[in-house]
Write a protein that binds this ligand. Structure first.
Ligand code: SF4
Ligand code: SF4
Length: 109
């Protein structure tokens, strides 16, 4: 019988994570540059809402591409409790998240 206390534990990293774990706290809010459609009512303030070319409501993005609701000092969402459904469903460390982080890393390099 194996003594589980002696089995070596390896911390697996998500793909593309390099040596640092994938976390919003070590990310420049990469996913907050994506277009975010408003498909349900979550209470996003009007001043952060724009209309896309097809008449759909989206989060307003500023000239540098980041969402207007992003707090630039903390790089956190300033309307977290009212954030759109799409933002709620965007999972940290998901393949989409990794891809966005990778995209930003190549911009900065
Ligand atoms: S979900 Fe992913 S891409 Fe978005 S802020 Fe968090 S770590 Fe960055
Ligand atoms: S609403 Fe918040 S979480 Fe969604 S893109 Fe804007 S800043 Fe990011």
């Amino acid at each position: 019988m194996t003594d589980s206390a002696h089995i070596p534990v390896t911390q697996l990293q998500p793909p593309g994570a390099d040596s640092e774990a994938v976390a919003c706290s070590n990310c420049a809010a990469c996913c907050c540059q994506l277009e975010v459609m408003l498909i349900t009512e979550t209470g996003v303030p009007e001043r952060y809402i724009s209309t896309d070319d097809w008449g759909g409501e989206v989060m307003l993005r500023l000239d540098d591409g980041w969402c207007a609701a992003l707090d630039r000092d903390s790089m956190r969402c300033s309307i977290y409790e009212q954030r759109p459904l799409i933002c709620r469903e965007f999972e940290m460390a998901s393949p989409e998240c990794i891809e966005e982080r990778r995209g930003m890393a190549t911009i900065y390099r």
